[in-house]
Ligand binder design. Structure first.
Ligand SMILES: Cc1ncc(COP(=O)(O)O)c(C=O)c1O
Length: 425
């Protein structure tokens, strides 16, 4: 048992965690080591984000070189730095053909990006003389971070418990049902909807793929009703779906795309929004309008330099293609879990991420199954991610087929061990 701590961990039951911190000390490639020197396959790439793998000296070198030159300077008003301006240009190049005439707004992570996109959608409609368009629709099981708007839009209900009033101009529809979305447009009033926000592949809410055609239908409903489509690609962009923006695999052309995680592979905090020229126009053209929004670290110089180094690795090592190979390897390995104890559903498909969802009856009787399976898998040297009804993997893109197979085998053994402990078949 470790000593008590003063570190209040995010998303943690501190009464239990305070004397049970799990200290990670080192990482290399797809592996990390704990304070006792034990090695783990980091099957979740920290929080879905270390796509280029751990221990990349060239990102550290790029960040250190930038810090020596100029660590950071505000980008408010007319200020900028070369890494910020060139990173925006680079991302706009990746977004070509997906978002029309893109502009890039930077923040420190996914939550910032979601709040930026939603505030900008509302500000845009106000600017073009449609001030009644303030409502934003999201989906059950969706996750959009823990800032004010992201909390209101989140579809994992427990994350809002006891948090007080939510943004009144938000509502949710079932994550996979287009008719429900259409009905919600009607019920809110199509002229009052500013935007619909949706993840291409739901991540934290359980790794859910939508039925074929759903997202295209969602985009089409937005277009028909004059609302904006915000694709929340905080997990999906920069590699996880094997493309730069994530949505290319689904043929989508959103008005805004939020990104974070993969842009720096988590080496330093950075996120942002890709914004279409149509939305930029009232702010960028003629006398323009203020967008009174931004964070101290918007366009952070060192974070942008680190992002460049990370993207150089992606390009040099062909990591987008590698993500597609990994997807196939994960599908193959997970097929071996079919029929394993406690398994309700195997969620694989688009993207190098997957989840084992637990049998509903077993989960209802033993709600701690995800925690138990996580712990048993960890004991076997594999770090997965606990979700509500599942455990997930989203490995670094440098993971090998052997890593995937060994990791999946460890999950299989963990399932058997937990089923044995609980006396469940
Ligand atoms: C789809 C999505 N949106 C937003 C966020 C929030 O990002 P952050 O934790 O960087 O604020 C996440 C985090 O996992 C996410 O998966």
């Amino acid at each position: 048992m470790s000593a008590d701590t003063r570190f209040w961990h995010p998303f943690a039951l501190m009464s239990q965690v305070r004397r049970n911190e799990f200290v990670i000390t080192r990482g290399a490639g797809a592996h990390v080591w704990d304070a006792d020197g034990k090695r783990y396959f980091d099957a979740c790439a920290s929080l879905w984000c270390v796509l280029v793998g751990h221990g990349r000296g060239e990102i550290a070198d790029a960040a250190a070189a930038q810090m020596r030159e100029l660590a950071s300077y505000s980008a408010f008003g007319a200020f900028t730095s070369a890494p910020a301006t060139s990173l925006a240009e680079r991302i706009a190049g990746y977004a070509e053909g997906v978002v029309d005439d893109p502009r890039i707004f930077f923040g420190s992570g996914g939550g910032d990006a979601v709040d930026t996109a939603v505030k900008l959608a509302r500000r845009y409609f106000n600017a073009i003389g449609q001030p009644d368009r303030m409502h934003v629709i999201s989906r059950t099981q969706g996750y959009h971070g823990t800032h004010g708007l992201g909390t209101s839009l989140g579809g994992i209900a427990v994350n809002r418990d006891g948090m007080g009033p939510m943004d009144p101009e938000t509502s949710q529809v079932p994550w996979d049902n287009l008719e429900a979305l259409e009905a919600q447009f009607t019920s809110v009033g199509p002229d009052r909807v500013a935007a619909v926000i949706a993840e291409p592949v739901i991540g934290a809410g359980g790794v859910h793929r939508v039925p074929p055609g759903y997202l295209q239908g969602l985009q089409e409903l937005c277009r028909r009703h004059g609302a904006l489509f915000i694709a929340d690609c905080v997990i999906s962009a920069f590699g996880r779906l094997g493309t730069w923006m994530g949505v290319e695999r689904l043929g989508l052309q959103p008005d805004m795309i939020t990104f974070a995680k993969g842009i720096t592979s988590g080496y330093v905090p950075l996120g942002g929004v890709v914004i279409s020229g149509k939305i930029a126009e009232p702010f960028w053209e003629g006398d323009g309008l203020w967008f009174r929004h931004g964070q101290t670290y918007s366009g952070h110089t060192t974070a942008c330099a680190a992002a460049h180094a990370n993207l150089d690795i992606f390009e040099r090592e062909g990591l987008l293609e590698r993500s597609i190979e990994l997807e196939e390897q994960i599908i193959g390995a997970f097929a071996g879990l079919e029929g394993a104890p406690l398994v309700g559903e195997l969620r694989t498909g688009i993207g190098s991420l997957a989840a084992v969802a637990f049998d509903r009856e077993a989960l209802a009787a033993h709600p701690d199954i995800p925690m138990r399976v996580f712990a048993q898998t960890r004991d076997r040297g594999v770090l997965t991610r606990m979700l509500g009804d599942a455990v997930a993997i989203s490995p670094p893109l440098v993971a090998t087929q052997e890593d995937i197979e060994a990791g999946t085998a460890a999950i299989g053994e963990a399932l058997s061990a937990v089923a044995g402990d609980l006396g469940v078949a």
